[in-house]
Ligand binder design. Structure first.
Ligand SMILES: Nc1ncnc2c1ncn2[C@@H]1O[C@H](COP(=O)(O)OP(=O)(O)OP(=O)(O)O)[C@@H](O)[C@H]1O
Ligand SMILES: [Mg+2]
Length: 256
C-alpha cells in the first residue's frame, strides 16, 4: 500500500433521500491502491454512496473528501460505471464509439477527435481486452463484452479512482471470472483505487483489500480479513453465512 493520502475520507457522514436517512455515522478512510467491495442489502444505500463520491448528491451531515477535494461533478480523476449502465445506452452504437463518449460526452463530437483522444480510446479498449470487437455494435456483443466496454468508457481518462456499480450482475460464471481477472489487472496497473458494489463477495474475495459495509443504517469500512466474518455477514445479509478457510487459504462464505 502506498504512502499517499487516503483516496476517500468520510467524517461523520449522513445522507438522506426523500426525507429519510439512508445511512449515517460514516467515518473512515480508504487508502490509495485499495480494491474495495461496497456491500449491503438492497436499498441500503450502496449506489447512494457512489453518488456522494461523484458529487451527484451532497451529504446531509459530515464531510466527504475524494482525492483530497470536496466531490464535484465532472472530476476526470474518477471513472464511473453505473448500475444497469448499458440499458440506457443505444445498442446501435459501435463499441468504440461508446468508449469515445466517455471522452467527448456526446455523439456529435465523435468525428472530431484529436489523435491523442483516439489513442486514449484504443488504450482503454486494450486494457479491457476489447480491441477485437471494438467495431461491433453494442447490441451485437455478449453481456460480458458489454460490461468490458462500459468499463473501457470509464477508463478512457485513466482515472485514479474507479467506481463500479455491480459489474458482475448478469454475468455467467466464466464471464464473472474474466471480470475479476480484469479488475485485478486494472488494480495492479497504475496504483488505481477501485470501489466495486457487489452482492457477490465470493467472486471478488481473491482481489479485495477492504470493504465498505452498510449495516443497521451506518456506513463502515474495514480490511477485508475483518469483514469476512460469519457473524458480521449474517447480520448484514439477514441470513446465516458461514466463513470457511480452505487448505489453500481461500475464504468462502456460504449460506448455511
Ligand atoms: N432518486 C431517489 N429519490 C428518493 N429516494 C431514493 C432515490 N434513489 C434511491 N432512493 C432511496 O435511497 C435508498 C438507497 O438506495 P440505493 O439505490 O442507494 O440502494 P442500493 O444499496 O444501491 O440498492 P440495490 O442493491 O437495490 O442497488 C433506498 O431506500 C431508496 O429507496
Ligand atoms: Mg444500487
Amino acid at each position: 500500500m502506498s504512502d499517499t493520502p487516503p483516496v476517500v475520507e468520510f467524517k461523520d457522514v449522513a445522507i438522506d433521500r426523500g426525507g429519510t436517512t439512508v445511512w449515517s455515522h460514516g467515518t473512515f478512510s480508504i487508502p490509495a491502491g485499495s480494491v474495495v467491495a461496497v456491500i449491503g442489502p438492497n436499498g441500503s444505500g450502496k449506489t447512494t454512496l457512489l453518488h456522494l463520491l461523484l458529487g451527484l448528491l451532497s451529504p446531509t451531515a459530515g464531510r466527504v473528501r475524494v482525492l483530497g477535494d470536496t466531490p464535484h461533478r465532472g472530476d476526470r480523476r474518477l471513472g464511473y460505471v453505473p448500475q444497469h449502465h448499458l440499458g440506457s445506452v443505444g445498442g446501435a452504437l459501435r463499441c468504440r464509439d461508446l468508449v469515445a463518449l466517455g471522452l467527448v460526452g456526446n455523439r456529435w463530437g465523435l468525428g472530431r477527435l484529436h489523435p491523442t483522444g483516439r489513442e486514449a480510446i484504443e488504450c482503454a479498449l486494450r486494457s479491457v481486452d476489447a480491441s477485437d470487437f471494438a467495431g461491433e455494435r453494442v447490441s451485437a456483443v455478449s453481456g460480458g463484452q458489454q460490461q468490458r466496454i462500459a468499463i473501457a468508457q470509464a477508463l478512457v481518462h485513466d482515472p485514479e479512482l474507479l467506481l463500479l456499480d455491480e459489474p458482475l450482475a448478469n454475468l455467467d460464471l466464466r464471464h464473472q471470472e474474466e471480470m475479476v481477472g480484469l479488475l485485478r489487472d486494472l488494480a495492479v496497473a497504475g496504483d488505481r483505487t477501485i470501489l466495486v458494489v457487489t452482492h457477490d463477495l465470493n467472486s471478488l474475495l481473491p482481489i479485495l483489500t477492504g470493504a465498505v459495509y452498510l449495516l443497521d443504517g451506518h456506513a463502515h469500512y474495514d480490511e477485508i480479513g475483518n469483514v469476512v466474518d460469519g457473524e458480521l455477514l449474517s447480520h448484514l445479509y439477514g441470513t446465516s453465512v458461514r466463513v470457511v478457510r480452505t487448505p489453500q487459504g481461500d475464504l468462502f462464505t456460504r449460506s448455511t
